[in-house]
Design a protein around this ligand. Sequence first.
Ligand code: FMN
Length: 202
Amino acid sequence: MQAYSIIGITDSVLRERLAALTGGQRHVREAPVFLVWCADLSRFSDAVQLHGGELTTSTEYFLVATVDAALAAQNAAVAAEAQGLGIVYIGGIRNDMRAVSELLELPPLVYPVFGMCIGVPDEQPDSRPRLPRAAIYSENRYSAEGRLEQLATYDEEYRSYIRSRAGGGRDTTWTQEMKDRVAYPSRKITELLREQGFHFED
Ligand SMILES: Cc1cc2nc3c(=O)[nH]c(=O)nc-3n(C[C@H](O)[C@H](O)[C@H](O)COP(=O)(O)O)c2cc1C
């Protein structure tokens, strides 16, 4: 379905405004390339209409478009990194999705999933440790066996990584970071998505 579109922000005034809307993120303003990755069912809808039909959106189609945008973006990320470039995903583009949608003149059935800064990295940090394989992979059935031990092991690895990466200034673990996250309310996006024509029904 290729249910995604990419908007490259080349206009510096627009870039400033987007940077402000993402909470004043400097890299959004300064990165050589800034892309907005959109989930896009409008092309799908036009194709259906061309043949006399009408698209009724659904939770499934919302998911398809979001997954398409994410897959395309991650392929771009891998391609950029393979050429020695660096990227930063910008979920901050959803802080004020209504303003971003107006600014970019997004039509119905399109919403911004995330932004992406692309540039030349000026640091080469060690790779952030990931959850152990046993925590995310199981065979033939779902398994949460050994979870607490896995989290404890990962927390220690994560703590020492964060300590060294932040120059010793921060002392936290992955589970603590997850706990800190829920102290902030999650972004409110459902109403705007409905306004944009996405329906969460089957
Ligand atoms: C969906 C998504 C949204 C993100 N949003 C932001 C963001 O708005 N601002 C930011 O600085 N980093 C954001 N990040 C994090 C960065 O892209 C990057 O993954 C993070 O800085 C970790 O980098 P590291 O792997 O080099 O440690 C986001 C990551 C993801 C996956």
